[in-house]
Design a binder for this molecule. Structure first.
Ligand SMILES: Nc1ncnc2c1ncn2[C@@H]1O[C@H](COP(=O)(O)OP(=O)(O)OP(=O)(O)O)[C@@H](O)[C@H]1O
Length: 397
């Protein structure tokens, strides 16, 4: 299973340029998270910080109890082996064929024989559907194939954490949909913790378990996907709908006067479409195992449902299947029949709370998430915190 990544109060600047400050979030083990944000808000800098390529000046990045920002070089080297990174452009060596590109980390960081390397490389190339293209050079293949080759290379050391920097950039909508499915399938097969940086709203709506957004040097929000997808935050609303009017401007941010003038003014044409709302998350391809991360997430979100904003809570409840409702014992004890499919569960049990401290394990799952993560409100923002009521900044539901 992938490992949890805990980020606490992280701040990064280059000289006098603050990139972001006081970023706190947790990437839950084995779940998929997406980080959104306008161009230039420091998403790539965040990924590079997570893998130890950049050093933030304040805060912590905790992995298996080790703080990456403070640990020794040898410890950092060891922790880095947990990561697989898919860089924006695939970062392939142009003079090496795909086989050698994918084999590179194995030849550099392990003492495996060429026969073992060949077996691993072909296995990963099969996972990303590149079998048959081993002898091609990066310059001879499409952008989508280059991304998949980059992903195969990120997988060869069996990472527990996978970071993907704009895996969809430069891809057409069909290739992007294929890549989204590939990431879901990959997560189902290896249960790795995955963080994706993207601008693609369809990816953000359909792939992750958790969603966050950076803007104006701060983490605006991070938590279960339902939170951001139903948010009324003007930055989120503008970004998700790709609108011109709102706090986000050409130069990343507008001044307050410009925003007020726009909002007071008028827009020509029909009102903008609002694509907010919860759409079904992608499921693994039939035949693959269920995503254990998704099952663990559901337990966690259900356990902490009361801590979510009302719209997100409703979204979670509406997306439960009959199997989920039975599993969480939702209607037992209230004397009501099971809600008809068309009726939101929350209409029947508006303030449902789990009856037990520990939820039953889903079929085939390892059991409740021991990390006891929950979204908490800190300085007006919702984030994952750690269990108990003693987290920094307190907790309000
Ligand atoms: N090594 C560096 N030295 C100095 N400044 C840097 C460095 N790396 C990034 N920056 C600056 O940090 C800011 C954030 O860059 P970053 O690439 O992380 O943004 P981003 O959100 O990923 O943008 P995009 O969505 O366009 O890829 C930019 O102003 C960039 O110039």
């Amino acid at each position: 299973m992938g490992v949890e990544v805990v980020v606490e109060g992280l701040s990064k600047s280059f000289g006098s340029q603050a990139i972001w400050r006081d970023v706190s979030l947790t990437l839950p083990a084995g779940e998929i998270s997406v980080l959104l944000g306008p161009s230039g808000t420091g998403k790539s800098v965040f990924l590079k910080s997570l893998v130890g390529l950049l050093t933030p000046e304040r805060g912590k990045i905790l992995i298996n109890g080790v703080d990456l920002c403070r640990c020794s070089e040898s410890k950092l080297y060891e922790i880095r082996k947990l990561f697989g990174v898919l860089f924006q452009d695939g970062a392939l060596f142009g003079s090496m064929n795909l086989f050698d590109n994918v084999a590179f980390p194995l030849r550099e960081h392990t003492r495996k024989t060429e026969a073992e390397i060949r077996r691993i490389v072909l296995e990963k190339m099969e996972m990303v559907e590149l079998v048959g293209a081993e002898r091609k050079l990066p310059g001879e293949i499409s952008g989508g194939m280059r991304k998949r080759a980059g992903l195969a290379r990120a997988l060869v050391l069996d990472p527990e954490i996978i970071l993907c920097d704009e895996p969809d950039s430069g891809l057409d909508p069909v290739r992007t949909a294929n890549l989204s499915q590939l990431l879901i399938d990959l997560n189902a097969q290896i249960d790795a913790t995955i963080l994706i940086v993207t601008h693609n709203i369809t990816v953000a709506r359909t792939v992750p378990d958790n969603l966050g957004m950076l803007f104006r040097r701060e983490l605006v929000m991070f938590g279960p996907r339902e939170m951001l997808l139903t948010s009324d935050n003007p930055v989120v609303v503008q970004f998700i709908n790709g609108r011109r009017v709102g706090p986000i401007g050409m130069s990343e941010e507008k001044d307050q006067a410009a925003v007020a003038a726009e909002l007071a003014g008028h827009q020509s044409g029909p009102p903008d479409e609002d694509v907010r709302g919860i759409v079904p998350q992608l499921e693994p391809t039939p035949g693959l195992p269920r995503r254990q991360g998704a099952l663990r997430r559901k337990d966690r979100v259900m356990r902490d449902l009361h801590a979510l904003p009302a719209a997100a809570r409703q979204g979670v409840l509406d997306s439960l299947t009959d199997e989920d409702r039975a599993r969480y014992g939702m209607l037992a004890g209230v004397g009501a029949p099971v809600a008809p499919a068309a009726q939101p569960v929350s209409a029947v049990v508006p303030e449902w709370q789990p009856r037990h401290g520990h939820l039953p394990a889903p079929p085939g799952a390892a059991g409740p998430d021991p990390s006891d993560q929950r979204p908490v409100r800190r300085r007006g923002r919702w984030r994952f915190g750690r269990g108990g009521g003693n987290q920094r900044g307190g907790r309000s539901a």
